[in-house]
Design a protein around this ligand. Structure first.
Ligand code: ZN
Length: 545
């Protein structure tokens, strides 16, 4: 009886139009009948005055409506409700979702559950209500949600949670109710419906309980919880998919309780194989030269999301077009990656003394990275100013690592401090250019001691029931002053040892330091091959892997 449901739904959706239609029809028929009974003189008089009356009434009506809207809402622009996208209009197939294979498999399972709901019910299984998609931005969460809707053949209502965050208390909550009402109607007519809420953390943050502000978001969140619980007892098959970049700790625990967003799909950055597929997909849309090797591209783009890879390919096509070539070459893509990562070059006029200082600073970073760093290779060193920095040493891990060991973190600190040490060694003093490096080094050292247990002491001795708070943070009132002092001393010890080691090494390798500084002053930029060539002159080249 789906056609009957469709008709009733249509009538419920358009009841106002139907009512107006019948009203107008009855008025016209009555007028017609009355006029035909009048004498011709009176009929003509009526007809003559009619247009004017219509005009007057329309004017009064419009005026009334304007005043009403102005008084009640004070604005026009925000009156739109959640935008509606029908399932038929989404049309994203699973084969178009690339690079996130694991998440895709889980999504396919969800589609099966949506399709076989009747069977699931017979078996007595748990019915799917809420799915939480979690992962960094640009990895295709929206895309995946759309694919679920398309593959299951059901309507898809999409909105960003920030649409619900309003200035006036209660507006967001009423909007949530409206969206769910709409979804239930769609589900009634089509068998099922998906509500997709992007940026769920905008309303789903742990509730504040403060007297000032936050009430509106809390009310919106409460409305969402109530509506999701309401889905349990109803027959309509509505599934809510929430997407968030934030980790679990940020979301209100109430959202993750059974019956709400209790099923999770991690949409993570693609791995090597995934990146290969993504590159192949986007490169198939542009003309590529013979030197393009998808595997090599995937290797130099560690940690990139599908959206970033798409951006890189588009950027490289632009570069090729600007240089009046028909096909994208490897060099174009490498230039595009550099632009995405490091920003556009700005030529600044610097004095010779300033340039010398920047050159020694970057050369310090460069040599320390080569000597101490266990995982990273230098891809480029440059003393051309970019996005807020005067020079840069661009390095990337050789492979993907998901955890970082102590030696890697120590090397990070050493590399960061090397700019400062080099300036001090050569000029006897340092400049403002080292502040960012210092902050980074200090941050890593602090993290090692305060939260990773990499200091010399055993952290467990200090563990106490800290609740939701990060146990070892400076602001923690439960941490005694003596423990804080001890932790700070450990942090400082790491910091000092690293600086001393770098100073000893750079003093020993002063010849190489001078050489690199001079090369940078002469050529401004050094590429991977050039850097390796210089190191091998001094017998310091890295073993090829
Ligand atoms: Zn630096």
């Amino acid at each position: 009886m789906l056609w009957w449901r469709k008709i009733t739904t249509w009538c419920r959706d358009h009841w106002l139009a139907l009512a107006v239609f019948w009203f107008v029809l009855i008025c016209v028929v009555l007028t017609w009948y009355g006029m035909s009974k009048l004498e011709s003189f009176y009929r003509n008089m009526q007809l003559a005055t009619m247009p004017m009356w219509i005009l007057v009434w329309v004017a009064i009506g419009v005026l009334n409506a304007l005043v009403y809207v102005k008084i009640m809402f004070g604005y026009f622009s925000k009156m739109d409700s959640a935008k509606k996208v029908k399932g038929e209009q989404v049309r994203v197939r699973f084969d178009e979702v690339i690079g996130i294979e694991e998440a895709k498999e889980e999504a396919q399972e969800v589609v099966q559950l949506l399709k076989d709901r009747a069977r699931l019910k017979k078996v007595g299984g748990k019915i799917l209500r809420g799915i939480l998609m979690e992962g960094p931005p640009g990895c295709g969460k929206t895309y995946l949600a759309k694919a679920i809707a398309t593959e299951a053949g059901i309507p898809f209502l999409s909105m960003a949670a920030s649409d619900f965050v309003q200035v006036f208390v209660g507006v967001g909550a009423s909007r949530v109710r409206k969206v769910f009402q709409n979804a239930r109607r769609q589900a009634f007519a089509n068998g099922a419906c998906i509500i997709f809420i992007d940026e769920l953390d905008a309303i789903g943050r742990a509730r504040t309980y403060s007297a000032m502000g936050g009430q509106e978001t809390d009310q919106t969140l409460n409305a969402l919880l109530v509506e999701m619980d309401g889905l349990q007892s109803r027959e309509e098959n509505v599934v809510v998919i929430g997407a968030t970049n934030a980790s679990e700790g940020v979301l209100d625990p109430a959202l993750l309780r059974p019956g709400r967003f209790d099923r999770k799909i991690y949409v993570d950055r693609p791995n090597l194989e995934g990146r290969e597929k993504v590159f192949a997909f986007y490169l198939s849309k542009v003309q590529v030269g013979p030197d393009i090797n998808v595997g090599r591209l995937a290797r130099i783009s560690i940690g990139k999301t599908p959206a970033e890879i798409e951006n890189i390919v588009k950027e490289s096509a632009l570069i090729a077009t600007r240089e009046k070539r028909d096909a994208v070459s490897y060099k174009d893509i490498s230039a595009a990656i550099e632009r995405v990562d490091l920003g556009v070059k700005h030529r600044k006029s610097m004095t010779e003394a300033e340039r010398r200082r920047v050159a020694y600073h970057e050369a310090g970073h460069l040599i320390t990275l080569q000597v101490f760093h266990p995982t990273d290779d230098v891809f480029k060193a440059s003393i051309i100013a970019r996005r807020g920095s005067l020079g840069v040493v661009f390095h990337n891990p050789r492979e993907e690592f998901h955890t970082q060991g102590k030696d890697k973190l120590l090397a990070d600190i050493k590399v960061s401090l090397a700019g400062y040490v080099s300036e001090k060694l050569v000029f006897g003093e340092t400049s403002t250019g080292v502040s960012g490096d210092f902050q980074h080094a200090m941050g890593v050292a602090h993290q090692m001691v305060w939260s990773l247990g990499m200091g010399s002491k055993y952290l467990g001795d200090w563990m106490m029931p800290f609740g939701r708070q990060t146990p070892f943070s400076n602001g923690n009132p439960l941490l005694s002053e003596s423990v804080k002092a001890e932790l700070n001393a450990e942090t400082n010890a790491i910091f000092r040892t690293c600086a001393e080691e770098v100073e000893k090494m750079l003093t020993k390798e002063r010849v190489i330091l001078d050489r690199f500084a001079n090369e940078l002053l002469k050529r401004e930029e050094l590429e991977y091959d050039e850097i390796e060539a210089i190191f091998s002159e001094y017998g310091k080249a890295r073993a090829q892997k």
